[in-house]
Write a protein that binds this ligand. Structure first.
Ligand code: NAD
Length: 294
């Protein structure tokens, strides 16, 4: 039986670990704050009291951590994954981080005989729970093939998009599209409310036409109810838009709409809303429109 160590049992990592157990893997989870392993243990997984205990003896290490410095510390640190993993171990980083950091991690892993792929995911908490994430994978062909059984247990669309770091580049494009779409849906909802039309009916008919999109399908109802429980935190999307802006600059391409939505996301965070769901971008549009919802 393949043993998978899952490092980071947060909103995404916990349900992904659970789905790995369901798919027949031996799963050992580790999270810095220890109270997060309850669901994993309830379905038959195990938890470790330290990173070393989780990683030693694992065939695959899957990291699902917030940001680039977290992954660097957990993988490259003195007491990190590379210090404890046996040669031949497969490291799958599913976190969304900077593409250049993924490349550096893959190089450091290779120097120790450890195979590494970047495999950021899209589909949100619902996708993680339902096991139908979309996964964009960067790395060597053979390593990506080796990762497929694990990735197929947590996702339904798994695509190898190029060498190390490519998964992160595709994920950055994903985050650009998602943030821009949320921004436009937020503007449309504030616009519709200002005109006093039936917003629920409006969302229904908009979703059926060319304006239809996943944000309308999945987020409009909670946005109308001003329910911004995360989901995907503003703090994390702010981080991702930083990746988009610097990667676009590096490539010499213009992302003018991305720049605007990055500013709006940053302003939302600066106003103390970093731990709300990213659909709370609606609050910024309301504020700019002088329409603060009761
Ligand atoms: P989260 O904050 O809920 O989970 C991260 C977990 O990692 C937390 O439980 C935290 O305690 C743990 N952690 C942090 N540092 C650690 C360390 N040094 N050692 C062990 N554990 C540590 O975040 P999340 O929403 O699950 O997101 C994880 C990653 O997935 C991020 O990169 C995010 O951008 C990406 N992502 C999130 C979503 C979403 O909808 N939430 C969707 C796609 C991608």
């Amino acid at each position: 039986m393949t043993t998978v160590a899952v490092i980071g049992l947060g909103i995404m990592g916990a349900p992904m670990a659970t789905n790995l157990v369901t798919a027949g893997f031996d799963v050992i989870g580790y999270n810095r704050s220890p109270h997060k392993g309850g669901r994993l243990v309830a379905v038959g997984g195990r938890t470790a009291s330290g990173l070393a205990k989780a990683v030693r003896g694992a065939d695959v290490v899957l990291t699902m951590l917030p940001d680039s410095p977290d992954v660097e510390e957990v993988v490259l640190g003195d007491q990190g994954v590379l210090a404890f993993a046996a040669p031949g171990t497969l490291l799958i980083d599913a976190s969304t981080i900077r593409p250049d950091v993924s490349v550096r991690i893959a190089d450091a892993a290779a120097a120790r005989g450890i195979r590494a792929v970047d495999a950021p995911v899209s589909g949100g908490e619902a996708g993680a729970v339902e096991g139908n994430l979309s996964i964009m994978v960067g790395g060597e062909e053979a390593d990506v093939e080796a990762a497929r059984p694990v990735l197929n247990a947590v996702g339904s669309t798994v695509v190898h998009v190029g060498p190390s770091g490519s998964g992160q580049t595709v994920k950055a494009a994903n985050q650009l599209i998602v943030a821009g779409t949320i921004g436009l849906v937020a503007e449309a909802l504030v616009f519709l409310e200002a005109h006093g039309v039936d917003t629920k009916g409006a969302v229904q008919v908009l979703a059926g036409g060319l304006a239809g999109n996943r944000i309308l399908d999945r987020k409009a109802t909670s946005m109308l109810a001003r329910d911004f429980q995360p989901g995907f935190r503003v703090d994390l999307h702010h981080k991702d838009l930083g990746i988009v802006i610097s990667a676009a600059r590096e490539a010499g391409v213009a992302t003018p709409l991305g720049a605007v939505v990055a500013q709006l996301m940053g302003a939302l965070r600066a106003n103390g809303h970093g731990s709300l769901d990213h659909s709370a971008l609606l609050l910024m549009i309301e504020q700019l429109s002088g329409r603060i919802h009761a």
